[in-house]
Design a protein around this ligand. Structure first.
Ligand code: F6P
Length: 324
């Protein structure tokens, strides 16, 4: 392998820049050329490439977002789009890809690898932590810290006014952000898709906490939860059924995806970049780099896209005990 292309694809996440830097510098370390590809698979099809050397990634380890930009591509899902992409890579002399992204991006990489026998390695980058084959995705830890910081602030005003707040957090179909940040921020209840609390039990829980002397409460709601009402409907429902509650809603939104990466995410990104490039140089392909028990591991892309990341059920119990 003489030239490696690196790109970011799907929703951005803090730590992607640190991963780009790591891929570029590991290439430089091993005397392999590296090109940055802009806007994910869209940029592959457009041949939007830029040669990158070790100095071109200075001052980005601490930056959120991605200097290579990111996109979700429709055209790459078609055989014609992938054929164009393959041609563009061949023309530029790129003979392997490092894809930093989520499962949609890995699916694209997997098909591309199968169609053209083109070496592809994935680095999991998403705040949702919803990828099988790694305990942590890039950006998850930073997003947790952001959410906890926001809820700490919400708590101040909730407590001053004796209010109940529903705080909606991201996570797409999974509850990792809600569950972890909810415990970290001392939430009263945490609503996640993996465990449907039910409306009745939510009311009971809120009544119980009032009786136990709590004057304000925070309920963290994962955007994909299955309780059947969105946060605004939940507010109306609780206010209708429990007179004693004055309820407010806060939807944290995209602020969860931005900001400087935490030290954990920077170190993880640096490790993953090294592992990805060195695995390619060892002849590995169609695998994803991941973290397991503190070590770097490889998981076949096929498993990474098919498998489901599980929530840590111990945390459910911890959360229940903490809200006593
Ligand atoms: O996958 C990351 C994520 O931020 C999810 O948590 C969220 O559901 C989605 O992306 C939002 O996507 P968009 O930025 O396209 O609105």
């Amino acid at each position: 392998i003489k030239k490696i292309g690196v790109m970011t694809s799907g929703g951005d996440s803090p730590g992607m820049n640190a991963a780009i830097r790591s891929v570029v510098r590991t290439c430089a370390y091993h005397n392999v050329k590296c090109v940055g590809i802009y806007r994910g698979y869209e940029g592959v099809m457009d041949g939007d490439f830029k040669d990158m050397d070790a100095r071109s990634v200075k001052d980005i380890v601490n930056k959120g977002g991605t200097i290579l930009k990111s996109a979700r591509s429709k055209d790459f899902r078609t055989p014609e789009g992938r054929k164009i992409a393959h041609q563009k890579l061949k023309n530029a002399g790129v003979d392997a890809l490092v894809v930093i992204g989520g499962d949609g991006s890995f699916n694209g990489g997997l098909i591309f690898n199968q169609e053209f026998d083109f070496p592809v390695i994935g680095i999991p980058g998403t705040i949702d932590n919803d990828i099988f084959g790694t305990s942590h995705t890039l950006g998850f830890d930073t997003a947790l810290n952001t959410v906890v910081e926001c809820i700490d602030k919400i708590r101040d005003t909730a407590s001053s006014h004796n209010r109940l707040f529903f705080v909606e957090v991201m996570g797409r179909d999974v509850g990792h952000i809600a569950l972890n940040a909810g415990i970290g921020a001392g939430a009263e209840e945490i609503l996640i898709p993996e465990e449907n609390l039910g409306l009745e039990r939510l009311l009971e829980s809120l009544q119980r906490s009032k009786r136990s002397g709590k004057s304000s409460s925070i309920v963290v709601v994962a955007e994909g939860d299955k309780i059947g009402k969105n946060v605004f409907e939940l507010k109306d429902y609780v206010e209708t059924n429990l007179d004693e509650y004055d309820v407010r809603v806060s939807v944290l939104g995209h602020m969860q995806r931005g900001g400087p990466p935490s030290c954990f995410d920077r170190v993880l990104a640096s490790r993953m970049g090294v592992k990805a490039v060195e695995s390619l140089l060892e002849g590995k392909s169609s695998v994803m780099v991941g973290l397991s028990d503190g070590k770097m591991i490889l998981t076949p892309l096929e498993q990474a896209v098919k498998g489901k990341s599980q929530i840590n059920r111990e945390l459910l119990r911890v959360s229940e005990i903490m809200s006593t």
